[in-house]
Ligand binder design. Structure first.
Ligand SMILES: Nc1nc2c(ncn2[C@@H]2O[C@H](COP(=O)(O)OP(=O)(O)OP(=O)(O)O)[C@@H](O)[C@H]2O)c(=O)[nH]1
Ligand SMILES: [Mg+2]
Length: 448
């Protein structure tokens, strides 16, 4: 039988109220031992909470949720205590003495999953909702928590199982007269599934970017004004600015919100060939960040004329933005060179000055338009985590193999359909080993 667990569900530290959560078969006995008066299911009551010697520990609002109608599906309770550290400590100690054990991170939600209250995608959504900082992250997590995602995966899985049933019927009762029946009935359904999986995978970047933040890299040659611009964008002096080329060596990240979406922007080291090991490592990191980002802001000192602009030119991609900085100074040849390259490579071009802030408003508007276009869709996407993307890719690959195998015979294809269904089942956690569950739940906070 499960142990009975407890945890502080609210943030630790001094607060008006602290909520301790209990779950497990020993919940009722623990409440009876430490709380005065009879408990009515799901009705809040102000109760005296007592220590082992009968002394009052606190006056608390006590809620009793008999299973299975509780978050975890087990007997559960909440103690809404006064939020002082000493109160929480005294009550925790009392619970330990009553043989309850402090919960592991995510243990409450894990029990909810094990008792069929949530599928794995919904459990992940609980964690995402707790972590959500932007409006879009909140909406996406809530959508996933509602089970829409799990239902979509489940619908695909059921379709696969139906195809599998057709194949198995064919294996058991081969119909000599209709050799093409199989291919003609199963193949179109499998193809339609492949198309739907492809579409979900094509949208995958969007879901992950909403969840993890839209990554923007500020890149360029040394001294172009990257850090100056970065500081303007994040509205604080986060990065050091000096006239010395090679000032920034590490990647400096900051978070800001654009139209309800979370963005993670990074200031990076100026790209150039350097003998200095520290600077060379900085350049390596700058390149890696640029490569990983959804958008690159390529900053060029437009007043320069030494050709330094070309150092970072290989990092940009179509759709990125060239920012011709230092527009307050006399224009040099570097600006013209960079602009010609950018136009050829399909970049947008803006002129601005981090020093005078001219052009920064246009940059902010351009960024907003870009982030909204990249991240919003008619519907929230079906892939919000790498774990989902991997499973969907796997299912798609098995299906593609099944399509080939269909031509050879139902026996071979059936196995691939079975494997594809298995991959999809793993997203909702229908078929998964304990170790996968450990990974999913380890990222939770304690008390969830
Ligand atoms: N006149 C003028 N100077 C600027 C402008 N933007 C930045 N600077 C100056 O250019 C110099 C370099 O600025 P940084 O922001 O440190 O440049 P960086 O690209 O981060 O340089 P590294 O970190 O060395 O790669 C500083 O002296 C800034 O004050 C601008 O728009 N106009
Ligand atoms: Mg810098």
């Amino acid at each position: 039988m499960n142990e009975t667990i407890f945890a502080l569900a609210t943030a630790p530290g001094r607060a008006a109220v602290a909520v301790i959560r209990l779950s497990g078969p020993g919940t009722r006995a623990a409440l009876e031992a430490m709380v005065d008066g009879a408990l009515k299911p799901r009705l809040a009551g102000l109760r005296t909470v007592r220590g082992a010697d009968g002394a009052t520990l606190d006056q608390a609002l006590v809620l009793w949720f008999p299973g299975p109608a509780s978050y975890t599906g087990e007997d559960a309770a909440e103690l809404h205590l006064h939020g002082g550290r000493a109160v929480v400590e005294a009550v925790s100690e009392r619970l330990c003495n009553l043989d309850l054990r402090p919960a592991e991170p995510g243990e409450f939600t894990r029990r909810a999953f094990q008792n069929g209250k949530l599928d794995l995608a919904q459990a992940e959504a609980v964690a995402d909702l707790v972590d959500a900082e932007s409006e879009a992250q909140r909406r996406q997590a809530l959508d996933q928590l509602g089970g829409a995602l799990g239902r979509r995966y489940e619908a695909w899985r059921i379709e696969l199982i139906e195809c599998l049933a057709l194949l198995e019927a064919e294996i058991d009762f081969p119909d000599e007269d209709l050799p093409d029946a199989l291919a003609s009935r199963v193949a179109p359904r499998a193809q339609s599934l492949i198309d739907q999986l492809d579409q979900a995978l094509a949208e995958a970047a969007r879901g992950e970017r909403v969840r993890d933040g839209y990554r923007i890299a500020v890149i360029g040659a040394p001294n172009a004004g990257k850090s100056s611009l970065f500081n303007r964008l994040v509205r604080r002096e986060a990065a050091i600015v000096t006239p010395i080329p090679g000032t920034t060596r590490d990647v400096i990240e900051a978070t800001f919100h654009v139209a309800g979406f979370q963005c993670v922007i990074a200031d990076t080291a100026g790209v150039r060939v350097s003998e200095d090991v520290v600077e060379a490592e900085g350049v390596r990191r700058a390149r890696a960040w640029a490569d990983d980002s959804a958008l690159r802001l390529w900053v060029v000192d437009a007043s320069g004329s030494e050709g330094g602009w070309s150092e970072a030119a290989d990092l940009v991609r179509a759709g990125d933005l060239l920012l011709l900085n230092k527009a307050d100074l006399q224009a040099g040849a570097d600006g013209t060179g960079a602009e010609a390259h950018a136009r050829g490579a399909g970049l947008g071009v803006l002129r601005l000055s981090a020093a005078t802030e001219a052009g920064l408003e246009v940059l902010a508007e351009t960024l907003e338009r870009r982030v909204v276009a990249d991240l919003s869709g008619a519907d929230f996407p079906s892939v919000t985590r790498e774990r989902h993307r991997m499973r969907l890719t796997e299912a798609r690959d098995h299906l593609a193999r099944a399509m080939d195998a269909l031509r050879l015979g139902p026996e071979l294809a059936a196995e691939d359909f079975r494997l594809a269904a298995r991959s999809l089942g793993r997203v909702s956690g229908r078929i998964d080993a304990e170790d996968v569950l450990d990974v999913v739940f380890a990222s939770f906070c304690i008390g969830k």
